[in-house]
Write a protein of this length. Structure first.
Length: 224
C-alpha cells in the first residue's frame, strides 16, 4: 500500500524554506546536539589550566564541533536512512512530502534528546508547559520537542558543570600546594599562578588529559 504524500511544495516556496532551514542550522547544531555540554566542559578545562587564551577559542570550537559530530553520527545515519529516499523521490520529480521529511528528522533526533535528558527535567518542563497552556494540558506530552529540548539543554549544563567541578578540584589542589610551598620558602612575592602553571600542564599531559576528557565526553551519551 502506497503511503499518502503530503502537500507538495510550490516552486516559489521551496527555495525560501531551504534558505530558512539553512539559516537555522547553527542554532539547531548548538541546541539539538551534544555541543553545549562538550564546549562548556572544554572551556572549563581551559580555565582550570590557568591559561584562558590557550588553546584559543577557535581551537576549542573546532574540537567541540569534531566531538559533537562523533556523538551525533549514529543519529545522522538514522536521519539519512529515512530522509534520503524522500529526497531521491523529490529529485525524480515526485512531489516532496514535507510531513514525512519533518518526521524523518524529528523522530531520531527526539529519541536522542529524550534518551539523554534527565527524567526530573522532563517532568519539570512537562509541568511548566501544561501550566502555561492549561486549556490544552492534556495534549502536551513528554515527547513534545517544546518539553524535550529545554529538558535536554538543562541536563547538559548540569552534567557539564559536574564534570567541570571534577576537573577544577585537582588543579585547585596544585594551586594551594604551590602557594603553601612558596610561603614556606619565604617567597610570597613570586606569583603562585606562574609557578603552578608548568606543574598543572605536566600533570595534565601525564594523565593524557585531552584524550581522556574527549573519551569521557563522547562516551557519556546514551544511544536511543
Amino acid at each position: 500500500m502506497t503511503p499518502e504524500l503530503g502537500p507538495p511544495l510550490g516552486p516559489a516556496l521551496a527555495p525560501a524554506l531551504v534558505l530558512a532551514a539553512l539559516g537555522l542550522l547553527p542554532l539547531a547544531f548548538m541546541t539539538l546536539t551534544a555541543f553545549v555540554k562538550i564546549s562548556t566542559v572544554l572551556h572549563i578545562a581551559r580555565s582550570a589550566l590557568g591559561v584562558p587564551e590557550v588553546p584559543s577559542s577557535a581551537v576549542v570550537f573546532a574540537l567541540s564541533t569534531a566531538l559533537t559530530l562523533v556523538v551525533m553520527a549514529p543519529v545522522g545515519e538514522r536521519i539519512s536512512a529515512r530522509a534520503l529516499p524522500l529526497a531521491e523521490g523529490a529529485a525524480a520529480g515526485r512531489p516532496a512530502d514535507v510531513a514525512a521529511l519533518a518526521r524523518a528528522v524529528r523522530e531520531p533526533l527526539g529519541e536522542f534528546l529524550r534518551a539523554n535528558a534527565s527524567p526530573a527535567e522532563l517532568d519539570r518542563f512537562l509541568a511548566l508547559r501544561r501550566r502555561a497552556h492549561p486549556t490544552a494540558a492534556a495534549e502536551v506530552t513528554a515527547e513534545d520537542l517544546s518539553v524535550v529540548v529545554p529538558a535536554f539543554l538543562v541536563t547538559e549544563l548540569v552534567e557539564a558543570f559536574l564534570l567541570g567541578f571534577a576537573l577544577l578540584l585537582p588543579f585547585l589542589a596544585v594551586d594551594l600546594v604551590v602557594a603553601t610551598l612558596l610561603a614556606a620558602l619565604g617567597l610570597p612575592g613570586l606569583p603562585a599562578a606562574s609557578v603552578a602553571l608548568p606543574v598543572k600542564l605536566a600533570l595534565f599531559l601525564a594523565a593524557d588529559g585531552w584524550g581522556r576528557l574527549a573519551e569521557t565526553l563522547v562516551g557519556g551519551y546514551q544511544a536511543p
